[in-house]
Structure formats: structure tokens, C-alpha cells
Design a protein around this ligand. Structure first.
Ligand code: SF4
Length: 99
């Protein structure tokens, strides 16, 4: 269609220039789970993210609360099974934000 576009993905080895989870949550695809990955309504965290950067004018989606925060507080499976105990069972303040 003539618009500029390029893929930002970390499908090979190096980290991407884009924090896909944050882009995906802002786009309403899901929410950040306690384990640090995106959790979606349809596929849970069984997704692989990539981002297309473009100047194509698009309708802008919005963050969608699908209840991940409450679910993670009651689930605790990753907290109980994290080998180095790196996932807390309570919220923590990270850079001034409670997560
Ligand atoms: S608390 Fe449960 S739902 Fe939330 S990220 Fe961990 S395993 Fe997934």
C-alpha cells in the first residue's frame, strides 16, 4: 500500500528494540502476568509477540482489563514453582509503581 513498515522482533537471538509486552498491553491484546509475560484472553501466555512499526494511519486500540491482576493474586502457580523464588506472592513497588 506504499506505507513504510518494518518488523521489530526478537525471533532469532538478540533482544528487540521494542518492548512487545508493553505495546501489546497498550493495544488491548492482554495484560502483564506476574511471570512477566503477556496473558491474553484467548491463549493465556501461549503467544509469541512481534511488532510491526509503520506510519500507516490506523485506528488506535486501548488497554483492556481482562482480570489478570486479580487472577494472578489468587493463582500463585508461578510463585510456587519458580526455582530461584524470584516471583513474589505479594505486590512489589518497582520504580515507583506497584506491580
Ligand atoms: S500467577 Fe498464575 S496466571 Fe499469573 S503468571 Fe503466574 S502462573 Fe500465570
Amino acid at each position: 500500500m506504499g506505507w513504510g513498515a518494518r518488523v521489530a522482533a526478537n525471533l532469532d537471538t538478540d533482544a528487540s528494540e521494542v518492548l512487545h509486552v508493553l505495546v501489546a498491553t497498550d493495544a488491548g491484546l492482554g495484560q502483564l502476568g506476574k511471570h512477566g509475560s503477556l496473558i491474553t484472553q484467548a491463549y493465556g501466555s501461549n503467544v509469541r509477540l512481534a511488532t510491526v512499526l509503520t506510519d500507516l494511519p490506523l485506528a488506535v486500540d486501548a488497554f483492556a482489563d481482562i482480570g489478570v491482576d486479580d487472577f494472578c493474586m489468587s493463582c500463585q502457580i508461578c510463585t510456587a514453582n519458580c526455582p530461584p523464588h524470584a516471583i513474589s506472592d505479594t505486590k512489589q513497588t518497582v520504580r515507583g509503581v506497584e506491580r
